[in-house]
Design a protein around this ligand. Structure first.
Ligand code: MSP
Length: 508
């Protein structure tokens, strides 16, 4: 079954299980969740995959350091990543682990497909390897002190006989793909960066390790002296999760209603693996290339890279317990343009909480419902004509292009405009003067606006969206883009329900 156009397949990286998750991991998974929820809003059936990357030197060493066997070690940390996704409200539909049989079988089949294409050969190799990145470096890519630019550590010298993948063979095909698909990588600067690397030409890469040096990996088919290089193993998760290798037929026969994926989401440091190596592997295995690789920036904390040694690693559970899940999710995309680097700070989060959430949105809902209770017996007043179709189409265009901050700006401009409408129309004065029609018109306009806002914010703030709809009198409301653009779905005569504030006062 080929790709179904009603299907949307989105993935996060599979996270290394060498250490606990922090807000950086949460950032990627929430970004992917926002898009997953938006696509559902637009009527798509969504497969949202995340998981854990459990092989390789880094994990083997972390397990050793803890004095436990690697399987015990990865079982424990993988579970914490699974739990984190629940806590983040990430609407994942699958969670893959690279130690699962479905993955191991599929990764081996993938290897066989690349071998059958003549793309795997053996060679003795000497190179500089950064265990943190699980990657070989060439001297020109190291910093002035010869360190890996990500971990700021001098790589280890490795020498062994490995299998190599003919990455160089795919330089031209990839160039063509980049040229024909100018939005293959988001954002544009990362597309250009990858295109430049292609211009310089790709080199073949080592895709296995000798078992003597590293045994914690997937055995290379037909050679039990070698295990797969962790990246070759890990990248295949995007297809092993949807059944690649599950059936015992020819590799060429693999089709899935989910493949090709619509978006692989990650941060910039692993863009190269997703935008160059993975597509080359797919070409080798004769599979279609993903629609888009989304490589966002890095989240820093108070201007600094998060690191254990700096002691500034922010635990997502701490943020959620203090400010609530939706405030955290909102902040990540309201404050920083998605794609670029962004800085997290409790001070900035708190400022957004007070201004945008408590003051703008929370107050708008609370005072409007209070006025409707006072002036309209707690019922939705008669319908008033209106339309905001154009606005929501703009919102949708931004969402489809990963422009989350402008999409939120559109919503908040509207929230503020409705607050201004109250200040201008002064329904309390109109009520005193007996201008009932004016009161009803103003309140209906705001209440219906709030219904639409509840839908528009739902990808970012799913709980808040439901709370808003409940206060507007809906027992159940399935948010859909169609009922976002249609004006007047809030039925007059419906009962409004005053509840506690959407965003409570913060504990001191
Ligand atoms: N296991 C590989 C990915 C294999 S995918 C086939 C890996 N894992 S990781 O645990 O190191 O996760 C890296 C990813 O976590 C980043 O690409 C990004 O998605 C997310 N982030 C981790 N720290 C982050 C920040 N400080 N800021 C933004 N994203 C961060 O690489």
């Amino acid at each position: 079954m080929p790709k179904n156009s009603d299907h949307y397949y989105i993935t996060t990286p599979i996270y290394y299980v060498n250490a606990a998750a922090h807000i950086g991991h949460a950032y990627t998974s929430i970004a992917a969740d926002v898009m997953a929820r938006f696509q559902r809003l637009c009527g798509k059936q969504v497969n949202f995959l995340t998981g854990t990357d459990e092989h390789g030197q880094k994990i083997a060493r972390a397990a050793d350091a803890k004095g436990v066997g690697p399987q015990t070690f990865v079982d424990e940390i993988s579970q914490t990543f699974r739990d984190l996704h629940v806590a983040l409200g990430a609407s994942i539909t699958d969670f893959i682990r690279t130690t699962e049989p479905r993955h191991i079988i599929g990764a081996q089949k993938f290897w066989e497909a690349a071998a059958a294409a003549g793309d795997i050969y053996k060679k003795t190799y000497e190179g500089l390897y950064c265990v943190g990145c699980e990657q070989f470096y060439i001297p020109k890519d190291l910093d002035a002190e010869g360190r890996c630019p990500i971990h700021l550590k001098v790589p280890e010298l490795l020498q062994e006989e490995n299998y190599f993948f003919r990455l160089s063979k795919y330089s031209d095909a990839l160039k063509k793909h980049f040229d024909e698909n100018p939005h293959f990588v988001f954002p544009q600067n990362r597309q250009k960066e990858m295109r430049q690397i292609l211009e310089d030409g790709l080199e073949d890469i080592s895709i296995s390790r000798s078992v003597e040096k590293l045994s914690w990996g997937i055995p290379v088919p037909g050679d039990d002296t070698q295990v797969m290089y962790v990246w070759f193993d890990a990248l295949t998760n995007y297809v092993t999760a949807i059944g690649y290798g599950a059936r015992d037929d020819s590799h060429d026969a693999f089709t899935s209603p989910w493949w090709p994926a619509d978006a692989h989401v990650m941060a910039k440091e692993i863009n190269r693996f997703h935008a160059l190596l993975w597509p080359a592997m797919l070409l080798s295995a004769k599979l279609a290339l993903p629609e888009q690789v989304v490589a966002h920036g890095w989240l820093t904390v108070d201007g600094q890279k998060m690191s254990k040694s700096l002691g500034n690693v922010v635990n997502p559970y701490d943020v959620i317990s203090k400010y609530g899940l939706d405030s955290f999710r909102f902040f990540l995309f309201r404050e920083m343009p998605f794609g670029g680097d962004g800085d997290f700070s409790f001070t900035k989060l708190e400022a957004r909480y007070r201004a945008d959430l408590q003051n703008d949105l929370g107050n708008l809902l609370m005072r409007t419902i209070a006025m409707a209770i006072k002036f309209c017996d707690g019922k939705v007043p008669p319908t008033t004509p209106g339309t905001h179709e154009e606005l929501w189409h703009k919102y949708s265009e931004h969402m489809n292009r990963w422009e989350f901050q402008p999409a939120l700006e559109i919503i908040w401009d509207y929230v503020r405009a409705l607050n201004q409408l109250i200040d201008r129309e002064k329904p309390w004065t109109a009520a005193k003067e007996g201008r009932t029609a004016d009161v009803e018109r103003t309140l209906y306009t705001i209440l219906e606006g709030l219904r639409q806002i509840a839908i528009a914010v739902s990808p970012f703030m799913p709980e808040t969206s439901q709370k808003m709809l409940a206060q507007l009198g809906f027992d159940y409301f399935d948010p859909k883009f169609d009922n976002l653009i249609e004006w007047g779905l809030l039925k007059s005569g419906g009962t409004l329900i005053a509840e506690s504030p959407l965003f409570p006062q913060l504990a001191e």
